[in-house]
Design a binder for this molecule. Structure first.
Ligand code: BGC
Length: 427
């Protein structure tokens, strides 16, 4: 853990300095830590980052969200990956979905926040150039482009009277959402399909931002999107101590090879697959039987089933039995179910300990480990029983005798609401 911490501190420094290459991008968000007082009015938010796209309308009264309306649209796969996936298709889909949402309401350029959950370099609050795709996106014509510009073109084409006020990462949105409730919120974290961390950093500690914005006030704090899922990629200087052959296979089969190696160990897009491959090996070695059909296929064991298996605390592991019977038609012996429980548990423990080491290290860097709130959203954190406790245990191992009080708070929908709240905070 300490080795990971030392390496992370080094990479964070390099990323903030911006002179040498670093595995963590440490991207300035242009969202500043300021007073949330007196925010009222209507804000819109867009949320793109996974399989669904969402549009939200928030009403704020005295800085409290008093009303939320939202609609969810499934993004057609043809806009996400494959030969046909292109920027016009993806951003055209966003514009038409927004149009459906606003319908006949008479909106006239309301403040609009856009959560775009991928690495972006920014020159202002309402611009963001996509550095690279992560997760399973490969849409052509977006990398190197300003996503707000692409969206503005499609809004124009589809006569949507809106323009982006703030484009942010989902970790930034999660931090800002919690910050509206609790001003000790220090980090925003997503442990879901992807994995990433944002935190408040003193402007004085972000030399690359000061160089680009010489009039910036060094005493202010800005939210930094770390893009920490890419930490230690591609060389695995420290991750090699916890990596195995299944990680290598996951990486080899991914569209972003040798990138996002931490994310591939921690997040929900990959955990089920890691467990499935390990279990298939046990089958090959004759240790367990069954696992036919779907379980033999690539990505045949989604992470939410893995979470279900970990949740089984019955003596005869009946929950695992029912998950495997119902979803895969597999009958299992108790010994086989124990193997499932063990393998799934192992994948979860590793995920939680890596996530906690990174989070604990970032908190330590800020110097607030004795009292702070870490806002976390994402299916892995929310739906995997025991995950928060595993993280707290890892903090103990990391901090030793040092006193610490890190509250891990589930911040539901930080990714959606956070965009609207960031637009409000900065208005
Ligand atoms: C993206 C991050 C995002 C995280 C969680 C990663 O794949 O690169 O920008 O915050 O997923 O959605």
């Amino acid at each position: 853990m300490k080795i990971v911490q030392t390496e992370l501190f080094k990479e964070m420094e390099k990323g903030l300095e911006g002179k040498e290459w670093s595995s963590v991008l440490m991207l300035p968000s242009f969202v500043m830590r300021k007073s949330v007082e007196g925010k009222s009015g209507e804000y819109y938010a867009l949320d793109l980052g996974g399989t669904n796209f969402r549009v939200l309308r928030l009403v704020l009264k005295d800085s409290k969200v008093v009303n939320v309306q939202q609609a969810k649209f499934k993004i057609p796969l043809e806009h996400v990956t494959g030969e046909t996936a292109c920027s016009d298709g993806l951003f055209g889909f966003i514009a038409t979905s927004v149009k459906k949402f606003i319908g006949d309401s008479r909106v006239n350029y309301p403040p609009l926040g856009f959560t775009f959950s991928f690495p972006m370099t920014k020159k202002s609050l309402n611009s963001g150039i996509l550095v690279r795709w992560t997760k399973s996106f490969t849409t052509h014509g977006v990398v190197g482009e300003d996503v707000c510009g692409l969206l503005a073109d499609q809004f124009k084409r589809h006569s949507v009277p809106m323009g982006v006020t703030a484009v942010i990462n989902d970790t930034v949105g999660t931090l800002v959402t919690e910050y509206f409730e609790d001003d000790t919120a220090l980090l925003g974290v997503i442990i879901g399909t992807g994995f990433n961390v944002a935190y408040w950093e003193k402007v004085a500690n972000i030399p690359k931002y000061i160089r680009a914005n010489p009039s910036a006030d060094p005493s202010h704090s800005m939210c930094i999107n770390m893009e920490v899922g890419n930490f230690d990629s591609p060389h695995m200087k420290v991750l090699k101590y916890v990596a195995n052959e299944y990680d290598a296979k996951i990486d080899a089969a991914s569209p972003n090879k040798k990138l996002g190696l931490v994310e591939k160990m921690v997040s929900g897009l990959y955990m089920g697959e890691i467990a499935r491959m390990a279990l298939l090996d046990l089958k090959k070695q004759g240790i367990i039987r069954g696992l036919d059909g779907k379980l033999e296929k690539k990505n045949g064991f989604p992470s939410w089933h893995l979470s279900g298996c970990v949740a089984d605390d019955t003596l005869r592991l009946r929950k695992i039995s029912s998950i495997l019977k119902k979803n895969y038609g597999v009958n299992t012996t108790l010994e086989e179910r124990k193997a499932f429980r063990l393998v799934c548990g192992w994948v979860v423990v590793r995920s939680a300990r890596i996530a906690a080491t990174i989070i604990g290290s970032v908190v330590l860097r800020t110097g607030y480990e004795w009292d702070c709130t870490v806002a976390i959203d994402g299916s892995v954190f929310e739906k995997t029983p025991g995950y928060p406790e595993l993280m707290q245990k890892a903090f103990k191992d990391l901090y030793g005798e040092q006193p610490f009080n890190i509250r891990l708070v589930l911040t539901k929908d930080g990714s959606g609401k956070g965009a609207g709240l960031s637009a409000a905070l900065m208005s």
